[in-house]
Write a protein that binds this ligand. Structure first.
Ligand SMILES: [Fe+2]
Length: 208
């Protein structure tokens, strides 16, 4: 499995077609998640990472053709059919007829939405940090259907079933992968100040 672009060139490609900060960060969050699962499954983190980074490449400019414009953009950049299949199968069955078959594809299918849920859950926290969020609080948000209602829970459950793993495993892996790129996706956050006290300086650690 070879890649035509370096990670930096792949970032430039994503950013060329996506000007929205949230979409750029989403791509990078999904890359972090995919790299982490690649390590868990003893696969290639760089390859899985680029599949994650570029999975929504056509979304900003062609939202009505999501996953349909992607093959053209990726082929033009030198990516092969296997890579393109991996990317577009995340939209199955809604905007792609390509079903996820490889483990890499099933992970992307399951955890793309989960990455969005973790991001929304982190932003609700006083410290805005992915470094401190726990599996149980994401699971609680998962069960609360009104929270981040755009996140399709059925797809996440279906993905877990495809992979033969439970929801906790996917949530934990997604959080860990996003922690690895917390800085890049703007989710390092800052310690929440105690009532009536100014916020401690970043990196000051916990006070006694
Ligand atoms: Fe996505």
């Amino acid at each position: 499995m070879s890649l035509p672009l370096t990670d930096t060139q792949a970032e430039e490609l994503l950013d060329r077609y996506n000007e929205t900060d949230s979409l750029r960060k989403h791509g990078r969050a999904v890359r972090g998640m995919m790299r982490h699962f690649a390590v868990l499954y003893n696969e290639d983190p760089e390859y899985w990472g680029q599949v994650g980074l570029l999975h929504d490449i056509d979304y900003e400019k062609w939202p009505d053709e999501h996953c349909h414009k992607t093959p053209e953009l990726l082929r033009e950049a030198g990516y092969d059919d296997a890579f393109i299949h991996a990317v577009i199968s995340h939209g199955w069955p809604v905007c792609s007829d390509q079903e996820p078959t490889l483990t890499m594809e099933k992970v992307l299918f399951a955890c793309d939405e989960l990455t969005g849920l973790v991001t929304a859950a982190v932003l609700m926290r006083p410290d805005h940090s992915v470094l401190t969020i726990e599996v149980k609080s994401v699971k609680k948000k998962f069960k609360s259907k009104s929270f981040a209602a755009g996140v399709d829970r059925d797809i996440i459950n279906q993905g877990a079933e495809m992979l033969g793993v439970d929801l906790d495993y996917l949530i934990e892996g997604t959080i860990t992968g996003m922690r690895d790129v917390a800085d890049e996706i703007g989710l390092v956050g800052e310690p929440a100040p105690a009532e009536g006290e100014p916020a401690p300086a970043p990196g000051a650690g916990e006070s006694a």
